[in-house]
Ligand binder design. Sequence first.
Ligand SMILES: Nc1ncnc2c1ncn2[C@@H]1O[C@H](COP(=O)(O)OP(=O)(O)OP(=O)(O)O)[C@@H](O)[C@H]1O
Ligand code: SF4
Ligand SMILES: [Mg+2]
Length: 346
Amino acid sequence: MTAEDQPLLRVRGLEKVFPVKKGIMRRTVAQVRAVDGVSFDVGKGEILGLVGESGSGKSTTGRLILRLIEPTAGSVELEGQDVRALRGEELRKTRRDMQMVFQDPYSSLDPLATVADVVGEPFQVHFKMTRKERDNKVVELLEQVGMGSHHLRRFPAAFSGGQRQRIAVARALALEPKLIIADEPVSALDMSTQSQVVNLLLDLQERLGVAFLFIAHDLSIVHHASRRIAVMYLGAIVEVGDAEEVYARPRHPYSEALISAIPVPDPQAERDRTRIVLKGDPPSPLNPPSGCRYHTRCAYAMEICNTVDPEPTPTVNGGTVSCHLHTSGPMLNGRPISQSLRNTSG
Ligand SMILES: Nc1ncnc2c1ncn2[C@@H]1O[C@H](COP(=O)(O)OP(=O)(O)OP(=O)(O)O)[C@@H](O)[C@H]1O
Ligand code: SF4
Ligand SMILES: [Mg+2]
């Protein structure tokens, strides 16, 4: 593979097992399989949406990529560089190339630091710039995120949630990263502010060519922002594909249920449509189900699903789905189950 066609980020077989310790001796009594063999790519300047219910392992995946926590297994490559093998100055440089924006703009900004301090800190830490040089850079960054220079000496308390998130994005942009991992960046905001911040990310992607891993539990938001979507369930990616394609024709029963839960703006259409109700809470990652991890909640579950974990199967446009309905293995009436039970084209 040449440098030209390699993805910006390449994640393969990523795993994180958290030990659960008890007692004075801190004995390991159980293990949480938070991320359980996750693989995906993010292209240069691409926005990839990562969706799934609470506890599915989205934030842990983001933190593993940035090496804020160490993986149990698997690899993370940024432009072909194995991030896990980096040490010292090389690791610091790669960390500059990947930044994170967090969900809660109220707790992620230091209340006692001005905008100039918050956004300008990376320039002080990495380049030892003078205050004047830093302020000039901060004003440029504030403009990038649609805020004026008059905000420079104000404190976070003076801003709305949407403005705070813009400040957090400005700070993430300071070192001209190639990838921003945005972990639920709009979940704490009201609806109209959500779309403004999503539009800001789209604008930055277009103007600066920065790539995003956009983490959210709301598929409707991710679908607007991303060209591709990865759907995560109980530590694993169960479907990846073109955003429009996944949204219009979800292959995996879990993606189908998530999409079915999104309200339709037209009241008549909303009344007429059939909803797939997700049964109960997801199983605990302390004790994930055997076979297909979704089988305890799946309306299409078959015998094989109890024991055999489905492998990712290619769909259209380079997507994949991990479900026995889409493998050519199990047959019904002489045809693959994917064709017999469901009307799909992948
Ligand atoms: N440090 C930790 N120690 C033990 N378990 C952890 C730790 N961090 C996360 N987990 C567990 O790992 C699983 C995945 O957590 P994670 O925060 O990645 O999920 P998430 O998809 O980001 O959820 P949410 O939408 O609520 O943010 C959860 O069961 C969580 O309880
Ligand atoms: S493999 Fe079986 S249980 Fe899993 S999603 Fe597909 S049909 Fe449902
Ligand atoms: Mg999270």
